[in-house]
Design a protein around this ligand. Structure first.
Ligand SMILES: C[S@@+](CC[C@H](N)C(=O)[O-])C[C@H]1O[C@@H](n2cnc3c(N)ncnc32)[C@H](O)[C@@H]1O
Length: 314
């Protein structure tokens, strides 16, 4: 395993959750810089297999450079929302022993000013995990209506001043296009009353940047689509391990696992009940004080594990 700049979050808990079989088939749905992938490969024998996904071309470069020579490993530059399709092409549907999703942005994405994810680093206002597809944040903010911007900030950032910030963005773009992270951060900061900013522990742009990133990358839509594809992908006894970083993601994961573990009773008393498709394993896991001290990103991480039953439910 080569040293990477990205520290895998909740590594031990993720590995325990996956309960790796040396000859098993595993999916790392969010390769990043391959910290979790390297740990999975270190538990696999020569007959094991790991398929990794990431939509970021720089993650692909890292995968080729660090693990490209490993015959057990393949990298797929695609959204994890295409997991079902890729596994079907590889004839692996229903044969996967574990899927790991470590959601959100990676540290290298946040740290690179040129990627435009961070309000504290001046760079082009891009925010796409895959810069070759879709609209950048600057392109979207140039055309979106006031109501649309406010809705995104409220829904994905839970920003209480969404309407006011959207208004400031629309006014500012009349004067000049909003093309850099620094300009957007300034516009947002100027829309937040000084007493509100003074009473807050976070930068005034934190929630808005999170919201824009989630919207631009369709993060919650991709997550819901991918989770649904995990059930037909997993073999009975296969594990699903998901690490979320904010409540919107975690709510989706929690509901998905709960609904698959406890299906609704049938509407008609005579109908066959749907068997559970998942069994919940353990309690949701959070990082301890030591890991948080070493890796502050772990502070908001929450890991959930479920196991595929032999049940039919999908
Ligand atoms: C938190 S990082 C993963 C870090 C990784 N576990 C490691 O140890 O280096 C999340 C990664 O998931 C990728 N990602 C996020 N959403 C994705 C999606 N819908 N499809 C594929 N990759 C995605 C991001 O590009 C990012 O590289």
């Amino acid at each position: 395993m080569k040293q990477t700049e990205h520290k895998p979050v909740l590594l031990d808990a993720a590995m325990a959750g996956l309960a790796i079989r040396p000859d098993g088939v595993y999916v790392d749905a969010t390769f990043g810089r391959g910290g979790h992938s390297a740990a999975i490969l270190s538990c696999l024998g020569p007959g094991g297999r790991l398929l990794a996904f990431d939509k970021d071309p720089e993650a692909g470069d890292a995968a080729r450079a660090t693990l490209g020579d490993d015959p057990r490993f393949s990298f797929h530059r695609a959204s994890f929302a295409r997991l079902g399709e890729v596994l079907a092409e590889a004839d692996l549907a229903g044969r996967v022993d574990g899927i790991l999703m470590d959601l959100g942005v990676s540290s290298p994405q946040l740290d690179a000013a040129r990627r435009g994810f961070s309000f504290s680093r001046e760079g082009p206002l891009d925010m796409r995990m895959d810069p070759s597809a879709g609209e950048s944040a600057a392109e979207w903010l140039a055309v979106a209506g006031h109501g649309e911007i406010a809705r995104v900030l409220k829904r994905y950032g839970e920003e209480p001043l969404a309407g006011r910030i959207a208004g400031a963005i629309v006014d500012a773009r009349e004067r000049a296009p909003i093309e850099t992270t620094a300009r957007l951060a300034e516009i947002i900061a100027s829309a937040v009353p000084a007493r509100v900013a003074a009473g807050s522990r976070i930068h005034p742009a934190t929630r808005s940047f999170q919201a824009l990133r989630i919207h631009i990358n369709r993060e919650l839509e991709d997550l819901s689509e991918a989770l649904a594809q995990c059930l037909p992908a997993l073999a009975p006894g296969g594990r699903l391990v998901v690490i979320s970083f904010h409540s919107l993601e975690d709510r989706i994961v929690k509901r998905f696992m709960r609904d698959a573990a406890h299906p609704e009773p049938p509407p008609l008393p005579m109908a066959e009940p749907t068997p559970p498709a998942l069994r919940l394993i353990g309690k949701p896991h959070r990082a301890g004080a030591d890991e948080i001290a070493e890796n502050p990103r772990a502070r908001s991480a929450i890991l959930r594990v479920a196991e595929r039953t032999a049940g039919e439910g999908t």
